[in-house]
Design a protein around this ligand. Structure first.
Ligand code: PMP
Length: 407
């Protein structure tokens, strides 16, 4: 591949240049949350130092400056995912809130007793529980399309479950527990053929590949800023304008109204109808800076570099006796979930931390996936654009050394 400037990128992430327990930090917990470049940290502190005030309707200079920065970030996000309009970009706290918004606003108005919502067996709890709540509230039924031993959706089973009762399909673009990238193009085409809208949970996909919501033709797309090199506490719901227009507000409060009387309130236009209360202003600005940063690197370059890292890590992991990779889909993002024969995943995580290596051990908020693979938990190394082959070597040496300790 063409040269990827990983050392230059690493230098932009101040947190990476530290020692943990006397060893160089190797940060491989990016699927949980990734680190922030100076550009993001500076954009946030610059706003608070120089321009901060509450946004919208303010007539004073600081409010105008903050509003401009806030709304300019919305424009950057529109471009980043190629939405047709800024009206389709709703700021929320994260992917979780985005999905809950759709479940409660779209779901409560369009889904009735006996209707079906179709998800897959590899969903994060954030794309399961909001639908279960909706089913409890409405009497709808949650259907789950199964996966195979490689951690891939069994597409034929998905299609068979898509029925004339299905009112919504909600699937992960990429699984956080397995790394699987779902065949979302096929899923969307099949659902649309039956006039069923599709929500994509893009929390994991957005940091790793170019997202084009118009080319995908999805109806909703949810993602979180903190996994995209941006701040925590901010995320995005993309929604197709015609659907958003027809949906009632999710929360009531300031900013989401045009006129309030005690008899009735008129709601604001899109996207403000869904943004009640003072938003996380600086975090939106920080997310805009993260997107500028990613655009400068180039999402296609990020995807190609991470594919190479994953390929290298997978090859190394396959050479380790007693290590089983959990999730070996043909189309995968930069996640390596694994178990070791005689070592509990939590011990793997603790032992690796003593070597300065940060991974995650647990159910990854995807307990049904753990049940399917009959493991209590997995160890998960997840890669970002600032990781290196040398860090993967350190991970593999760490695993080898703990296998020796645990016999
Ligand atoms: N979906 C997936 C696939 C995820 O990986 C995550 C975060 N682990 C979420 C949803 C929820 O994201 P957040 O906690 O940022 O709302």
């Amino acid at each position: 591949m063409t040269h990827f400037p990983v050392e230059k990128i690493r230098a932009d992430f101040p947190i990476l240049a530290q020692k943990i327990r006397g060893k160089d930090l190797v940060y491989l917990d990016n699927a949980a949350s990734c680190q922030k470049p100076n550009a993001v940290i500076d954009a946030i502190s610059d706003l608070y130092r120089n321009d901060y005030a509450n946004i919208h309707r303010g007539v004073h200079t600081l409010s105008v400056r903050s509003t401009d920065k806030f709304e300019s970030a919305r424009g950057k996000i529109r471009d980043f995912i190629n939405a047709a309009s800024e009206k389709e970009i709703i700021f929320v706290r994260g992917a979780t809130e985005a999905i809950n918004l759709v479940a409660q606003s779209y779901g409560r108005t369009h889904i009735r007793a006996g209707d079906e919502i179709l998800i897959t067996a590899m969903e994060h709890h954030s794309n399961i529980v909001p639908w279960q709540l909706l089913c409890e509230q409405t009497g709808a039924v949650l259907k789950v399309a199964p996966i195979n031993r490689k951690g891939e959706l069994i597409y034929e089973a998905f299609e068979a479950l898509l029925s004339d009762k299905t009112r919504l399909v909600a699937v992960a673009h990429m699984s956080n527990a397995l790394g699987t990238i779902n065949p979302v193009e096929k899923i969307i085409a099949a659902a649309h053929a039956q006039k069923v809208p599709v929500l994509l949970d893009g929390a994991q996909a957005a940091p790793h590949m170019k997202i084009d919501v118009q080319a995908l033709d999805c109806d909703f797309y949810a993602f979180s800023g903190h996994k995209l090199y941006g701040p925590s506490g901010i995320g995005v719901l993309y929604g197709r304008q015609v659907l958003l227009e027809a949906m009632p507000p999710y929360q009531g409060g300031g900013d989401m109204i045009r006129k309030v009387t005690f008899e009735k309130s008129d709601y604001n236009k899109l996207p403000y109808k869904f943004e009640a209360g003072t938003p996380s202003i600086a975090d939106v600005v920080g997310l805009g800076a993260a997107i500028d940063y990613l655009n400068a690197v180039g999402m296609d370059q990020v995807a190609a570099y991470e594919a190479e890292l994953l390929g290298y890590a997978t090859e190394q992991a396959r050479n380790i006796d007693g290590l089983t990779i959990v999730g070996e889909a043909a189309r995968k993002g930069a996640i390596l979930s694994f178990v070791l024969e005689n070592v509990h995943p939590h011990d793997i995580g603790t032992m690796l931390d003593s070597l300065g290596i940060a991974i995650r051990a647990g159910h990854h908020c995807a307990m049904p996936v753990m049940d399917f693979f009959e493991v209590p938990a997995t160890a998960r190394a997840s890669f970002a654009m600032y990781n290196t082959r040398a860090e993967i070597d350190a991970l593999m040496q760490g695993i080898e050394s703990l296998i020796k300790v645990f016999g």
